[in-house]
Design a protein around this ligand. Structure first.
Ligand code: G3P
Ligand code: MG
Length: 249
């Protein structure tokens, strides 16, 4: 499994969510401008099966639309403003197609963690379509994206379609069994809510050959503690806080 690029210590969360509207092209560009080496984004399918970059189930919080993303067709989503809610100067920012995001992020020279978001019934299809696009659009000469998901089904599909790309299992509420599950899925890493982490748990994962990545870490004190415990990287809305101070950041 390809592991190059995972010397990274700081990953911009949803682009760099404290500085620009999350999961937008403007956000990825802002991350690069601020010296952030990697970004994370969330992928879901529209009602007509197009992979787009979006976090929530609902449109309300981060666009001027309403309703569910997965029941809305791309043509409607593309008319929405995904920037003004954050700051007026981002007015007109669109929900990106995954293919647009891949092109921009690769062009900026950033590393990528592509998170597949889907409920159990849609996980395999979402992973399949997202991986199809990523395999086509991500340049072969760059380190491959790290594919992550809370869904084991999505990760199994990623392993089938891109066995040479690294995978990370996301967990939020339950540590028990996570290390074994990640190993079974052939994962490189476990991506864990920071509140679930302890030094002993990180040691357990590392002893099993897994890297541990922690989300979402926005304070210096917490980041320093987690790195001290052996966390490989943090996801941060304020990833730029560390860039320049660490090598590599
Ligand atoms: O991938 C880390 C983090 O993004 C997982 O949580 O809800 O922000 O996608 P969420
Ligand atoms: Mg995410």
């Amino acid at each position: 499994m390809a592991t190059e690029g995972l010397s990274v210590k700081v990953i911009g969360h949803r682009g760099i969510a404290a500085m620009a509207p999350e999961n937008t092209l403007a956000g990825f560009r802002a991350a690069a401008r601020l010296g952030v080496p990697w970004v994370e984004l969330d992928v879901q399918l529209t009602a007509d099966g197009q992979p787009v970059v979006f976090h929530d189930d609902d449109l309300q919080r981060t666009t001027n639309g309403q309703g569910h993303l997965v029941t809305t067709p791309l043509s409607v989503l593309r008319e929405l403003d995904a920037g003004s809610w954050f700051k007026q100067s981002f007015q007109g920012e669109k929900i990106p197609l995954l293919t647009e995001a891949l092109t921009v992020i690769a062009g900026l020279g950033l590393g990528l963690n592509l998170e597949i978001k889907a409920d159990a019934g849609r996980a395999v299809r979402t992973a399949g379509l997202a991986l199809e696009r990523a395999l086509e659009y991500w340049p072969g000469h760059l380190p491959p994206p790290l594919i992550s998901s809370f869904s084991p089904e999505a990760l199994s599909e990623a392993a089938r379609l891109a066995p040479h790309w690294p995978r990370g299992l996301l967990i939020a509420g339950q540590w028990r069994g996570a290390v074994a599950r990640a190993r079974r899925l052939g994962c490189l890493s476990l991506h864990v809510h920071h509140g679930l982490l302890s030094q002993a748990r990180i040691a357990e994962a590392r002893a099993a050959g897994l890297l541990v990545l922690a989300y979402t870490v926005n304070s210096r004190v917490l980041a320093t503690r987690l790195w001290g415990w052996g966390v490989q990287a943090i996801f941060s809305d304020r990833a730029h806080l560390w860039c320049g101070a660490l090598e590599p950041c």
